[in-house]
Ligand binder design. Structure first.
Ligand code: FAD
Ligand code: SIN
Length: 522
């Protein structure tokens, strides 16, 4: 039997939880479907912190300017202004809801990260900012009686009826079978797609499902070519690419090559605090020059007691892998980290498909342009999560959730071998993405990647693998279309940034990639 609620939120990271709380405050019933346990998300692992204009020497205009510069000419100014100005209000609210950011003598402390002109990054428990935000948001959500949190409910596709998104299909965790749920509106908050790459800082849930679901349902996608590679993921044999926060460089950490040379001065006058795309490419250049697979992050100028207190999680994790961050050089290399592109939305989270709203990393709001400024993402989830909730409620008015089955309501029978196929497909896609659609790309590598993805798509894939390879294809197509280099997208065959390419890439099912001046469409 199908289910019915007022609003469906998919995902329980910062964007999903914030949006669910906003909706529940109206008295509406909200069902939050999430793939794993409720706390599992990119948000949970956020380390460095959240950027916000709250310190005495800071102002909104400066944060806006830093965001626009990092975005390399592709941010939408209204989106950036919304993020920065409303961000302060939502962070204060988060503090009122019990979030404990680090303080010194009762005053909030702010750290420095790359490309910020002020120390404006709030953090919690040193390097566990995301975990603290998730804790506070889940506690707040649990106070709302109309929010139903449904963990381990993997959503596979959206139900569209009469040109409107009317619900979703998901795997019921209790019945262990496919199920449909209908609502007045769906808010997609499924996060990013770092797992598309062989090396990533993202947890296993970040497979881009929401992007694929929205695309197949008919929504437009924007700026998919812009993927951010974080410069400093721990690179040890048999260890995950654990993130070594940019805040470590913000506190004075330096990068050295295998010869022990501090090399960033050869690439950018901002040294280790240059934007991430520049630091990542500089590391790749050094690794190529020295024929090695990593460079080193050197924190040894700082005392062990300071590092232990400031970065407790990183300190313990590195120690687990046999490294003392106060004494050892830490082998690092870039890894996929964040998707600037995603489902195209206006400033209220409306997508181009009626009834479908989206917020957080799954979207492209125009806030990040071609490259996200560090620590702007948690802020984005709060601001645009709340906005999407407000808009979904306001727009749906007297709309009634459909009950019963929609005209396209059929589940595909899964191939019994689909779990095995899925692992193999993902492994292949991840390798191709890393080698051919990675930090450096060119026409030949991108065309070869597309050919492989076409081949994979022609085999009998289950929904999850189909979604995975579809997002890989969208990124690759957009990267091939953009014949210039800008922000996170670097074409070795088109290394210049060109004024005539100051446009957003837009993709829709059944169409070619096209350009648009703005992300906002209404
Ligand atoms: P997420 O937090 O990723 O949540 C997505 C949710 O959707 C999850 O609950 C997931 O389970 C669910 N989901 C996914 N697919 C499905 C499906 N098919 N069905 C049901 N549910 C689904 N940003 C900062 O601003 N500051 C930082 O310090 C920072 N540090 C970071 C450190 C790391 C290691 C990583 C990986 C990212 C970091 N980021 C940071 C980026 C930031 O954490 C994310 O961009 C942000 O948290 C995204 O929030 P979100 O709510 O959009 O998505
Ligand atoms: C980090 O701590 O380096 C991650 C910050 C971010 O991705 O915004």
């Amino acid at each position: 039997m199908s289910l019915e609620t007022d609003f469906i939120v998919i995902g329980s990271g910062v964007a999903g939880l914030r949006s669910a709380i906003e909706l529940a405050e109206t008295g509406a019933r909200v069902t939050v479907l999430t793939k794993d346990k409720t706390s599992e998300s990119n948000t949970e692992y956020a380390q460095g912190g959240v950027a916000v204009v709250l310190s005495e020497d800071d102002e909104a205009a400066l944060h806006e300017e830093d965001t626009l510069i990092a975005g390399a000419g592709l941010c939408d100014e209204r989106a950036v202004e919304t993020l920065v100005v409303e961000g302060t209000k939502y962070i204060k609210q988060l503090i009122d809801w019990g979030t404990e950011f680090d303080k010194d003598g009762g005053r909030l402390v702010f750290t420095q990260e790359a490309a910020h002109s002020r120390r404006r990054i709030l953090h919690a428990h040193g390097d566990s900012t995301g975990k603290e935000i998730v804790r506070a948001l889940i506690a707040r959500a649990r106070q709302e009686k109309t929010i139903l949190l449904m963990p381990f409910a993997n959503t596979e596709s959206l139900i569209v009826s009469g040109g409107r998104c009317a619900g979703v299909r998901f795997l019921d965790p209790i019945l262990r079978s496919p199920r449909e749920i209908y609502a007045k509106a769906v808010i997609m908050c499924t996060g990013g797609a770092g797992q598309l790459y062989q090396h990533t800082t993202n947890p296993p849930v970040a497979t881009g499902d929401g992007m694929a679901m929205a695309y197949f349902a008919g929504a437009e996608m924007a700026d998919m070519e812009f993927v951010q590679f974080h410069p400093t993921a721990l690179n040890l044999e048999n260890a995950p690419r654990f993130l070594l926060s940019e805040a470590m460089r913000g506190e004075g950490g330096v990068l050295r090559n295998y010869a022990g040379e501090r090399f960033m001065e050869r690439y950018d006058e901002r040294l280790e605090l240059a934007p991430r795309d520049i630091v990542s490419r500089s590391i790749v250049a050094e690794m190529r020059k020295t024929g090695t697979r990593s460079v080193f992050l050197d924190m040894t100028a700082m005392s062990e007691s300071f590092l232990k207190e400031r970065f407790p999680k990183i300190y313990d994790t590195c120690l687990f892998f046999g490294l003392n961050i106060a004494a050892d050089l830490l082998p690092v290399s870039p890894a996929s980290h964040y998707c600037m592109g995603g489902v195209r939305t206006d400033l209220w989270g409306r997508t181009t498909l009626a009834g479908l709203y989206a917020a957080g990393e799954v979207t492209c709001t125009g806030v990040h342009g071609a490259n996200r400024l560090a620590s702007n993402s948690l802020l984005e989830g709060l601001v645009f999560g709340a906005r999407a909730g407000k808009a979904a409620f306001k727009d749906s008015g007297d709309w009634l959730a459909l009950s019963g089955r929609s005209e396209d309501s059929k589940f595909k029978i899964q191939n019994p071998k689909s779990a095995e196929i899925s692992v193999a497909v993902r492994k292949r896609v991840k390798r191709v993405m890393w080698e051919r659609v990675g930090i450096l790309r060119d026409k030949d590598s991108l065309q070869r990647a597309l050919k492989e993805f076409d081949q994979i798509r022609r085999s009998n894939l289950g929904t999850l693998s189909r979604n995975f390879v579809t997002v890989a294809t969208l990124i690759t197509r957009a990267a091939l279309w953009r014949e210039e280099s800008r922000g996170g997208h670097f074409r070795t065959d088109f290394p210049e940034t060109l004024e005539n390419w100051r446009v957003h890439s837009i993709q829709k099912q059944g169409g070619e990639v096209s350009g648009a001046e703005k992300i906002e469409f209404s």
